[in-house]
Write a protein that binds this ligand. Structure first.
Ligand code: C2G
Length: 132
């Protein structure tokens, strides 16, 4: 069984996230998503609208996702790949090159980001609508 893993905050889930999860799931037979904890988001200078528990529950409802685990640190990826017997690590190509150290442990694939949507764009557009 070919196992895939990807990481992210997945806040205000949108079609760009779904495109990524769909393509990642198509690379293997099983997709694990490591979802950033609220504490780890602070390290990423990100503040998610939805809590970790609610973002996890939403991800677990997606047909492309088989397992959701917490992402608490930058350093956990090698251990995750080993512990979960991962064959392929996938991230959007805004991260291109950043996780090449994992190539010693699994295949590393960066997929093109979906253009025209992002959590930041959603927040900005809503703010503009509300504030003219
Ligand atoms: N993504 C995408 N297209 C978009 C928006 C996001 O393909 N329009 C991808 C990102 O490239 C990432 C995934 O969807 O692979 C999740 O996006 P974020 O929640 O923004 O993830 P990020 O904050 O970049 O966290 O250790 C890695 C980090 O946890 C990644």
């Amino acid at each position: 069984m070919k196992k895939v893993i990807t990481y992210g905050t997945f806040d205000l889930l949108h079609w760009g996230h779904i495109n990524l999860l769909k393509r990642a799931s198509e690379l293997g037979d099983h997709l694990t998503v490591a979802i950033s904890s609220d504490e780890f988001n602070e390290l990423k200078n990100k503040e998610a609208y939805h809590s970790y528990e609610n973002r996890k529950m939403i991800l677990e409802s997606i047909r492309y996702v088989d397992k959701v685990i917490p992402e608490n640190t930058w350093e956990q990826k090698i251990q995750d790949v080993i512990d979960h017997d991962i064959d392929i690590f996938v991230m959007g190509d805004d991260w291109k090159g950043k996780f090449d150290f994992l190539k010693d442990y699994c295949e590393v694939i960066y997929l093109p980001r979906t253009v025209g949507i992002s959590t930041t764009k959603i927040k900005t557009d809503l703010f503009t609508v509300q504030n003219g």
